[in-house]
Design a binder for this molecule. Structure first.
Ligand SMILES: NC(=O)c1ccc[n+]([C@@H]2O[C@H](COP(=O)([O-])OP(=O)(O)OC[C@H]3O[C@@H](n4cnc5c(N)ncnc54)[C@H](O)[C@@H]3O)[C@@H](O)[C@H]2O)c1
Ligand SMILES: [Zn+2]
Length: 393
């Protein structure tokens, strides 16, 4: 059959059709978003009839470090009562990876969506670190096959990376993100005042993801991070803000313009350094934070890229030096268990489907895919990481 449907989609002779879905992604960066006089959140949650119904989920780590958050959310809702209303009690869920390691948070959120009678035009507002955003996002994406999700990331890592993407998920069968969906969030709001209460260790974590996205997308961001590395190591929040913003924008550009937001092909440039990072998190029982494991994975794959003849050696040294000056430790004893680590490659391939495809870099800011990894070269890269100073490289 030839011809076309009323909306212009062609009928093909083989019966195949294209399903084209266009979704709006609303990204805002604004400080003190929970101040009653700030319109950003209320503007993002319109309702067709009456005030928007909003279920709020808070990360317990945040409410512990910033106990005033719950009251601020309540005051915000009261101040904007003509436009939004809380669709149930504010839920506080466990923070950190544990929230993804079982069903408890997922179940709690879907139950709250049920109890609050949320519909697809209601909103789930998730305020927390990447782990809480992943678990709550999975619940919001599956209840009613999708309730609108507004994410407010509260860690540097979630603002630079995890909160920006279109993925959610929880861990199962010992595998990271085994259950989850690709879902475009209704909106993401980065409030630079929120990470202020993080420990130094958690605060540092965002910058390994910023280095990662810079290495695969934008040499100018890498140069900015390289020259700011000592300041970041001393927790200079002013410097950090603009780096987080730059990283988030690159991530968003990739989602919007990269041509494959739902990872239907095998290429995953934003997973540079992640095949080993995910495995290291598991192998250490999540003793290593995601951002710490990513720092090791990025250093490892930068050294691998250089030893495999792709990347100039001096550039690999710059990457290692920058991560170290930010304060990351780039070696963990778990790396000695190469055979378990290499299982990470198989798990990565299985998670992605199709042929093994690993992101490497040709130069700073320029990514390329490889389809196998040479074990001897990898062992050499691990050996070099073991040294704690550049001289050992
Ligand atoms: N969906 C994606 O695209 C994507 C991308 C990258 C990472 N991730 C996931 O993100 C998770 C890591 O996220 P993360 O680095 O944000 O860490 P996290 O969510 O594990 O949070 C770290 C700790 O900080 C606490 N916390 C959160 N905000 C706080 C605040 N403002 N003050 C004090 N404490 C606070 C949390 O309770 C937790 O204890 C991993 O599960 C990773 O797999 C997802
Ligand atoms: Zn990551």
């Amino acid at each position: 059959m030839t011809g076309s449907t009323p909306n212009g989609s062609p009928h093909r002779p083989d019966g195949d059709r294209n399903v084209i879905v266009s979704q709006r992604y609303r990204f805002r960066a604004a400080a003190h978003v929970l101040s009653p006089d700030c319109p950003v959140l209320a503007d993002l949650m319109p309702a067709e009839v009456g005030p928007a119904r909003v279920l709020v989920i808070l990360d317990e780590g945040l409410t512990h470090a910033a106990p005033w958050t719950t009251e601020r959310v309540q005051q915000y809702a009261e101040a904007h009562g003509d436009r939004l209303t809380l669709a149930g009690p504010i839920e506080v869920v466990a923070g950190g990876e544990q929230t993804k390691n079982d069903w408890a948070t997922y179940e709690r959120v879907v139950r709250a969506i049920h109890d609050g009678n949320l519909c697809r035009h209601s909103y789930v507002l998730a305020i927390g670190g990447g782990a809480v955003l992943d678990a709550v996002g999975f619940a919001a994406a599956t209840a009613h096959r999708g309730v609108r999700l507004v994410r407010m990331p509260t860690t540097t890592l979630a603002q630079a990376d995890a909160g920006i993407g279109v993925k959610n998920g929880i861990n199962a069968f010992g595998k990271k993100n085994f259950l989850g969906t690709f879902t475009v969030p209704w909106a993401v709001v980065n409030d630079p005042s929120l990470p202020a209460t993080l420990s130094d260790r958690e605060w540092r974590c965002g910058f390994s993801e910023a280095v990662k996205v810079a290495l695969v997308k934008d040499a100018s961001l890498f140069e900015r991070i390289e020259s700011a590395a000592d300041s970041l190591g001393q927790r200079d929040e002013g410097v950090a803000r603009s780096i987080i913003q730059h990283s988030a924008e690159l991530h968003l550009d990739h989602i919007v313009d990269g041509g494959d937001p739902f990872e239907l092909t095998v290429a995953r440039p934003l997973d540079f350094g992640h095949w080993s990072a995910h495995k290291l998190e598991q192998m250490t029982g999540f003793r290593l934070r995601h951002g710490e494991a990513v720092a090791i994975g990025v250093a490892l794959d930068s050294l691998y890229s250089a030893l495999a003849g792709l990347l100039a050696w001096d550039d690999a040294v710059r990457v290692v030096d920058t991560l170290k000056r930010i304060g990351f430790s780039l070696y963990d004893d778990a790396l000695q268990n190469t055979s378990d680590l290499l299982d990470g490659l198989d798990e990565f391939r299985e998670h992605l489907g199709g042929r093994l495809t690993i992101a490497m870099i040709d130069s700073i800011g320029v990514q390329r895919d490889v389809h196998d990894m040479d074990r001897a070269v990898l062992a050499d890269a691990i050996d070099r990481l073991r040294g704690t100073s550049l001289q050992h490289l």
